[in-house]
Design a binder for this molecule. Structure first.
Ligand code: GLN
Ligand code: ZN
Length: 720
């Protein structure tokens, strides 16, 4: 029987075409508006109605979230840690998401290999799960009331538990997945509730199934879906961002499978017999138009499945809303692009066999041929040359950005609108740099930064100054909660026409006797946070960027900048999800980083910064980057870096973050001191740096000043 609508998407952006949700959240948090729920309902309605208007047949629901869909799932099954339970509903939700002055938030980390962050649920060995929210059914009914019969979407139980962490204090060796049998009844209950509300199909998202799973985990997949398949509605399991591989046979009981045919290949077709297959041929991870040639894949599937439906490769959460809004883009480039709206149109057209071939491929196909392995002198020699910097033990520094004030954003908007000229704008930026330098001097930091006031975003700024990259005006993509980024589009060969950061760095250095770090974004990160051309291999794009940055490093050094930081916060993000592909990736990505930095002389101290690195996993890669100093997120991830095997032998400078900058909470001196003492139990004082987890851009000055004063005081205490 075939009953699944002929075209669908697995999910849709939810921040709003004009970031309405961001604004509503931020004014709710600062107490200036109570329009949050109304805005949320409006955005949901708008999405359903728009998808219907575009002709999409299968419309998903429960893809909306006030902050994060993993957090929603934790709330749904009542996996709420005791410490938040006294708070009323919405306060509790946002306390878990963002923390309060008393309570740190849940840990946050990257969603698979995307730049989206989710909140990590804490699961303990005994707390009962129960159905604690009716969000999925309520949103289903909300859509129905508008005349739209939707397919509710849930995060699947396997991915939920695999992404969760064992709650602090759990017994040794406890894994959240061991609670699967306690969790399944709650899923069964939600499914029954959805069936009762009228849903015929429910989508369970299981991207974790495209990663390497152990035989025990595969058995859990089978157990879960054998059970859930008979809970009421028909089950569509969506395994995206890669191949389902070994997990596909374990899904034999379910009615439908959504395949990511952009990232993954065709599976063993015999496993699809009798099933509804959503052929994910329109990419949810890039912004390029789809070729009608993808229909050959669909044709290969048809004889084997009960029915084949055209869909997106993954939820469209990771692409912007509408390319038609980008009136400033070069029309030739714009013709090659598809954002969420255009992708939905493509899916509808493909389902009707009417998609026309358009201008798809990049016009400037050219590779890049650096094969040299780049090395600097051994670290011991460099360290000696860098002693000229005269730094104390446990030097204090920050990661680069200081708060972006409303003034700065206004000045940038005024520049874009033409009401302020470049000279006036630059005067303001220079004044801001001076302010940041004086503040850091006053606070007593050892290695200063210029604060990045000229940068709207650490990737976009470089994209704006490199040939071969384009930026958008409205192309916002949710990063976490109310935070969005506008990923640039790398569409042709990348070249640096002139120095990008030198005048800001030298201005900052001219104001102080203390060393100021030059600040660059690394090649892997620029690629990870951009949409990348697809006519040449990813590694070639990364190496082109590395070569451009190498020139910038050399120019900074020549201009008298003695410390240069090349950020690679996204190094781990691009790590392939399957282990078998990881060594090759690490080789070329680390190689590109070294190409970018190895032009520096021994006396120039190269720093790097990584975020959310689950550092244990990539310690070898951090080592291979060969930076003189690595600062890395650690406060929020509970210091997992410090227990990584081999950490005590790490021989260069290391600054595990001692202050979580993602939360408005200000840590006190004792807390930071405690972090530092923990670090000093593992690493010798001459290697340790004291710094926050990440850049301070998203915080307010009052929080930053207080926190950094405490950081400097804590460093002084441990030195003493
Ligand atoms: N230098 C950047 C900043 O401080 C690094 C940000 C990041 O790691 N994401 O903002
Ligand atoms: Zn960071």
């Amino acid at each position: 029987m075939t009953d699944f609508p002929a075209s669908t998407v697995l999910g849709y952006p939810r921040i709003g075409p004009r970031r309405e949700l961001k604004r509503a959240l931020e004014s709710y948090w600062d107490g200036s508006s109570d329009r949050l729920q109304a805005t949320a309902a409006q955005l949901r309605a708008q999405t359903w109605l728009r998808l219907r208007e575009l002709g999409l047949a299968g419309i998903p629901s429960n893809t909306f979230s006030l902050y994060d869909h993993v957090l929603d799932t934790a709330v749904l099954v009542d996996a709420v840690p005791e410490r938040y339970r006294h708070l009323p509903e919405l306060d509790r939700y946002f306390a878990m998401a963002r923390g309060t002055q008393e309570l740190p938030p849940l840990r946050m980390t990257k969603w698979f290999d995307t730049n989206y962050h989710y909140l990590v649920p804490e699961i303990d060995a005994t707390s009962p799960f129960r159905l604690a929210s009716d969000k999925p059914a309520a949103e289903y009914r909300e859509a129905l009331a508008l005349g739209v019969d939707t397919r509710p979407v849930l995060l699947g139980p396997i991915t939920f538990l695999l992404l969760a962490q064992a709650a602090p204090g759990s017994p040794e060796g406890f894994t959240p997945l061991s609670r699967l049998d306690d969790l399944l009844p709650v899923y069964t209950a939600v499914l029954a509730e959805l069936a009762e509300a009228g849903a015929t199909w429910v989508q369970l998202d299981e991207p974790a199934l495209v990663t390497d799973l152990t035989p025990g985990q595969l058995a859990a997949v089978r157990r879960a879906y054998d059970q859930l398949a008979s809970a009421g509605p028909k089950i569509l399991v969506a395994g995206y961002f890669g191949d389902l591989g070994e997990a596909l046979p374990a899904l034999s009981a379910v009615h439908g499978i959504a395949l990511d045919l952009v990232r993954g290949g065709l599976p063993d077709l015999s496993l699809l017999r009798g099933k509804t297959v959503v052929a994910g041929v329109v990419s949810g991870r890039d912004v390029w138009r789809t070729s009608p040639d993808v229909l050959t894949l669909v044709d290969r599937l048809r004889p084997h499945a009960a029915e084949v439906v055209i869909g997106s490769s993954c939820p469209l959460l990771h692409v912007p809303y509408d390319v038609e809004q980008e009136t400033d883009l070069d029309p030739d480039l714009r013709d090659r692009l598809a954002f969420a709206e255009q992708k939905v149109r493509e899916i509808v057209a493909l389902s009707r066999g009417s998609l026309l071939a358009g201008p798809i491929s990049a016009p400037v196909p050219a590779g890049f041929g650096i094969t040299a392995t780049a090395t600097r002198s051994p670290y011991a020699i460099r360290a000696k040359a860098q002693a000229r910097l005269g730094l104390p033990p446990v030097p204090t520094t920050t990661i680069g950005s200081f708060p972006q004030t409303g003034d700065l954003r206004e000045a940038r908007a005024a520049l874009a609108a033409g009401t302020v000229d470049v000279a006036e704008y630059e005067t303001r930026v220079r004044a801001e740099i001076e302010h940041v330098i004086r503040l850091q001097e006053r606070l007593g930091l050892d290695v200063l930064v210029h604060g990045e006031p000229e940068r709207n975003d650490m990737v976009q700024y470089f994209a704006e100054h490199l040939d071969g990259c384009a930026v958008t005006r409205h192309g916002w993509v949710q990063s976490y909660g109310s935070r969005c980024t506008r990923p640039p589009i790398i569409h042709a060969d990348v070249k640096r026409a002139e120095p990008i950061t030198v005048r800001w760095a030298t201005h900052a250095q001219s104001l102080t006797d203390r060393p100021v770090k030059g600040m660059l974004t690394g090649p892997v990160t620029i690629v990870a946070w951009s949409f990348v051309r697809r006519d040449i291999p990813l590694r070639d794009v990364v190496w082109q960027l590395a070569d451009a940055l190498r020139g910038e490093v050399e120019d900074l050094e020549a201009a008298g900048i003695g410390i240069i930081q090349v950020d690679e916060p996204a190094l781990r993000e691009l790590l392939p999800l399957r282990q078998s592909a990881q060594p090759e990736y690490l080789e070329w990505s680390v190689g590109a980083y070294r190409w970018a930095t190895s032009g520096a002389s021994d006396a120039t101290q190269i720093h790097t910064h990584l975020c959310y690195s689950n550092a244990g996993e990539v310690l070898a890669a951090i080592d291979a980057l060969d930076a003189d100093v690595t600062t890395i997120e650690s406060a929020r991830s509970g210091g997992t870096l410090l227990t990584a095997p081999g950490i005590a032998d790490y021989s260069r400078g290391l600054g595990p973050g001692v202050y979580d900058i993602h939360s408005p909470r200000v840590p006190d001196v004792a807390e930071i001191e405690e972090h530092l003492r923990k670090i000093l139990r593992v690493l010798p004082a001459d290697r340790v740096w004291a710094n926050p987890d990440c850049g301070l851009k998203t915080r307010a000055y009052a929080q930053v000043e207080a926190a950094l004063a405490n950081l400097v005081a804590a460093a002084a205490r441990v030195r003493g």
